[in-house]
Design a protein around this ligand. Structure first.
Ligand code: NAD
Length: 506
């Protein structure tokens, strides 16, 4: 089987899953919402209903927090030996790999993304993350501290890392399963229990994943999923007094609201937020390589990527060549339903996102940008996709950085291309953003590469590459792109308290 096709039996499995309304998962059981209400999950390729999902509300968050507390206090979880916790995480990674095609197809239907991306990135990354964090329970050591107490007291001082308790996790729709796993893997590796809210646009892969979590042998209540809107379910998680930490990925505006709501009981807060990342081309770069990479940096995942290389700064010497290369690539991208193996770019996730992105393209035109590629709906789509949320890969030449499309995160397949002359001015422009998530630098010159890497205020810098991430490498943002670093050892600190123990040996 290739990575972008799936068998008939996998199609049948996914259709079976979609054929009945999908409840939440609380205390190890699939349950309806307390209200008994449901909402539609929409297929972005057609605009029609895929299935129904339980419409949770704050009462369901209460139920989930109660289940998560019971699981946290239960010796079957709390006293589980580190190697056994690691074994559960490895078993879960195995199950994700065994069900990879099914999970990828479900993700592709629900989010709209190409099957190949769902398979390699969403599902592949999720398995890798659980495997990486499976190694930590037996290795996340405290320390013995060489203290100097008054009066020559003979003491031993050591530290331990302890789980915070019940973690609330709120995730977006762009990488639904893997964004959930970025939080679940370190939270579970460090012994917490979780109440998780997927985005209302894309609840399905998370609900299926949590079934696999139970199948792997995690005790009931260790992971609970409450589905429903952010304004009710998400807000209830952020404010809940029974939750000790909230981990959020999404927009900067909502991240700010979550941080404020969390002050009630002074929850620990980590935030992965938006970006408007500069992708910088120096005069010695290879124009063909850069054009291909710049197109991939923006159009990957329909541009719905927090790290999208959305501001392409090209040195004046290479500008025309790189622009025409990117335009050429944008025009050749095959746009279609994510579940078609030929598709390279799928629809946007929702009608709302489609409207937002089209509005930005119009503002780009109105403010003096030149639409050099795309800007509309693809002409080649079959009639059954007439109701889908498709936008062409779009390239806008921007005369200056003042355009709204250069300033604001679009979260869609819209690239702005800008010309630069002087390095100091380039650095000032690249950093003139409230965001600081990521940046790309394209050059063969080592000194220029590292000088720019030091000057750009962003959490991740890619030199002659773009969008590489790894469970072992910390990820997060400067400025309004977030608080804290997910992945790698740094993520463990987000989910633990450090205890300092003093022993009088005298
Ligand atoms: P969003 O902020 O609208 O929603 C994110 C999540 O928050 C969803 O589950 C939503 O239901 C919930 N939510 C909404 N209102 C809430 C509230 N008042 N209280 C609590 N929760 C609430 O963002 P989105 O539209 O789902 O995702 C797009 C945004 O996410 C983009 O800005 C993008 O840059 C950002 N993002 C960042 C990263 C990262 O790692 N930094 C990754 C993916 C997406």
């Amino acid at each position: 089987m290739t990575t972008d096709t799936v068998s008939q039996s996998t199609h049948a499995t996914v259709q079976r899953f979609l054929s009945t309304p999908v409840g939440m998962l609380i205390g190890g059981r699939r349950v309806e919402a307390t209200s008994g209400n449901w909402f539609d999950s929409i297929d972005p390729a057609t605009g029609s209903r895929l299935t129904s999902v339980a419409l949770g509300d704050p009462a369901d968050v209460d139920r989930a927090v109660t289940a998560a507390h019971a699981a946290f206090d239960d010796p079957s979880w709390q006293r589980l030996a580190p190697l056994d916790r690691g074994r559960l995480l490895h078993r879960l990674a195995d199950l994700i790999e065994e069900h990879a095609d099914e999970l990828a197809l479900l993700e592709s239907y629900d989010n709209g993304k190409p099957l190949s991306v769902a398979r390699a990135v969403d599902v592949g990354t999720s398995a890798k993350l659980f495997r990486y964090f499976a190694g930590w329970p037996s290795k996340y050591e405290g320390a013995t501290i060489p203290v100097s107490p008054r009066g020559g007291l003979d003491v031993l001082n050591y530290t331990t890392h302890e789980p915070i308790g019940v973690v609330g996790a709120i995730v977006p729709w762009n990488f639904p399963m893997s964004m959930a796993v970025w939080k679940l893997a370190p939270a579970l590796a460090t012994g917490n229990t979780v109440v998780l809210k997927p985005a209302e646009e894309t609840s399905l892969s998370t609900l299926r994943l949590v079934e696999l979590i139970h199948e792997a042998g995690f005790p009931p209540g260790v992971v609970n999923v409450v589905t429903g809107p952010g304004a009710t379910v998400g807000a209830a998680i952020a404010a809940h007094p029974g939750i000790g930490k909230v981990a959020f990925t999404g927009s900067t505006a909502v991240g700010r609201a979550v941080a404020i709501a969390a002050t009630g009981n002074l929850k620990k807060v980590s935030l992965e937020l938006g970006g408007k990342s500069p992708n910088i081309v120096l005069p010695d770069a290879d124009p063909d390589t850069v054009a291909a990479a710049a197109a991939e940096a923006i159009f990957f995942n329909q541009g719905q990527t927090c790290t999208a290389g959305s501001r392409l700064y090209v040195h004046a010497d290479l500008y025309d060549e790189v622009l025409s290369g990117v335009v050429d690539r944008a025009r050749r991208i095959v746009v279609g339903p994510g579940t078609d193996p030929a598709t390279e770019m799928g629809p946007l996730v929702s009608a709302k996102q489609h409207k937002t992105v089209c509005g930005y393209v119009e503002s780009g035109r109105a403010e003096g940008g030149r639409v050099a590629a795309g800007g509309g709906r693809p002409a080649t789509l079959a009639s059954e996709y007439a109701g889908g949320f498709f936008v062409e890969p779009t390239v806008i030449e921007a005369p200056d950085d003042g355009l709204t499309v250069v300033q604001e995160e679009i979260f869609g397949p819209v690239l702005t291309v800008l010309r630069w002359h002087e390095t100091d001015d380039l650095i000032r422009r690249a950093n003139a953003s409230p965001y600081g998530l990521a940046a790309g630098i394209w050059t063969r010159d080592l000194t220029s590469a590292h000088t720019l890497a030091r000057a750009i205020r962003a959490g991740t810098i890619w030199i002659n590459c773009y969008n590489l991430t790894d469970p072992a490498s910390p990820f997060g943002g400067y400025k309004e792109s977030g608080w804290g670093r997910e992945m790698g050892r740094a993520a463990l600190d987000l989910y633990t308290e450090t205890k300092s123990v003093w022993v009088n040996l005298g």
